[in-house]
Design a protein around this ligand. Structure first.
Ligand code: TRP
Length: 369
């Protein structure tokens, strides 16, 4: 597993270079589950990167995976509300909807969902049940019984990625098994349905695939360069459900209060030593993400100021960094009609692309009547 990760990281670093020289080669699809608002870990870890990719002129499609919420949550009363809150976070962070940049809930794109049926026939039960991320989720959710959606959502994720033929997927480490599944599905689909030169020449007239040509790309993972951000307890990943997060929507006072309670240690001299002092290092890293200064230099400046000074510096830096985003967030929150418009426009764009892909899929599977 460690080797797979190192290989993925190397591959991702090479892609990073190529993106800068050939942005036109790429199409990005990525997204989140609408389980709540986003926190600063999401902001530094993924939102900023999406905005950067879009500004490079790369098409960026963002899926809000509302069906995925049903895999391990009983609560579905707030899905639409959370979907809108996610859209607000994306827009406030700097995503600007355009012809090539859009946000959509996948439940609104029937043609993409329909890819699920052929895709399910390309993987085995054994493959589905050994997905390490799925296994981890089942364990940590403490589910009494596991629904089939839990085992099959990685296939549905392949539908999200492949309906638009995305070739670049910015994700965190935990999503690598899902991306591998998407690549497997794309490869098997192409091998099974697209290599057959005896397929009716009628196909030549269809929208895209020339006879025998692959329909789907095998997408690549783009791993985040931001080190994993720990929660304010300093011991585990930042996450809303663990109660150790600062939400983007928090006020400045709430932010100050949360940081005040953050765990540090009793040494007065502040130093950047991630192994020895993970809590202090995490707060220094957060300051660094806000100001662009090296954590070691920030530590030197704080010197003997201790945890109190460290927290004061972080509060100031973070509130300043997020001020424009939070102001924008407030405006967007007051304009529900606009948010709904962004999402329905996005769904419409996605649907147009998905309908073409489904048509190609139908053709190569010889189902076109
Ligand atoms: N599984 C992802 C998560 O839990 C969300 C997601 C759904 C996704 N479809 C996707 C991510 C497609 C990237 C690409 O965060």
């Amino acid at each position: 597993m460690a080797d797979t990760y190192t290989a993925a990281l190397e591959r991702s670093n090479r892609l990073e270079q190529d993106i800068l020289t050939n942005p036109k080669k790429y199409r990005v699809l990525t997204g989140d589950r609408p389980t709540g608002r986003l926190h600063i870990g999401h902001y530094f870890g993924s939102l900023q990167n999406r905005v950067r990719l879009a500004r490079l002129g790369i098409p960026v499609y963002i899926v809000i995976a509302d069906y995925q919420v049903l895999t391990d949550h009983d609560a579905f009363s707030e899905i639409a509300q959370n979907t809108k809150q996610l859209a607000i976070d994306y827009l406030a962070a700097g995503i600007q909807p355009s012809e090539d940049v859009f946000i959509f809930p996948h439940s609104y794109v029937p043609e993409a969902n329909q890819l699920m049926l052929p895709f399910l026939t390309l993987v085995t039960n054994a493959e589905l049940s050994r997905n390490p991320t799925v296994k981890e989720e089942i364990g940590s959710a403490g589910l009494k019984s596991v629904n089939a959606g839990m085992y099959t959502y990685p296939v549905h994720q392949a539908c999200d990625i492949l309906f638009c033929k995305a070739n670049l997927v910015p994700v965190g480490k935990d999503q690598l098994p899902h991306l591998e599944m998407t690549r497997t599905i794309a490869r098997r689909f192409n091998e099974k349905f697209c290599a057959d030169k005896t397929v009716s020449t009628e196909l030549g007239k269809s929208v895209f695939p020339e006879v025998g040509k692959p329909v789907f790309p095998e997408p690549e993972a783009l791993l985040s360069k931001t080190p994993s951000i720990l929660g304010l307890d300093g011991s585990q990943k930042m996450s809303k459900s663990r109660g150790n997060a600062i939400m983007l929507s928090a006020t400045e006072d709430e932010t100050a209060a949360l940081i005040k309670k953050a765990k540090t240690d009793s040494e007065r001299l502040i130093t950047y030593e991630p192994e020895k002092r993970p809590e202090v290092a995490n707060l220094l890293m957060l300051i660094s993400l806000c100001t662009g200064e090296e954590p070691v230099l920030i530590a030197e400046k704080i010197g003997e100021g201790g945890g109190g000074k460290l927290k004061a510096v972080l509060t100031e830096a973070l509130n300043e960094k997020l001020r424009p985003l939070r102001a924008e967030r407030k405006k967007l929150e007051a304009d529900e009609a606009y948010i709904r418009q962004v999402l329905t426009d996005g769904a419409q764009k996605a649907q147009k692309i998905a309908a073409r892909t489904l048509e190609e899929v139908r053709s190569v599977m010889n189902m076109k009547i």
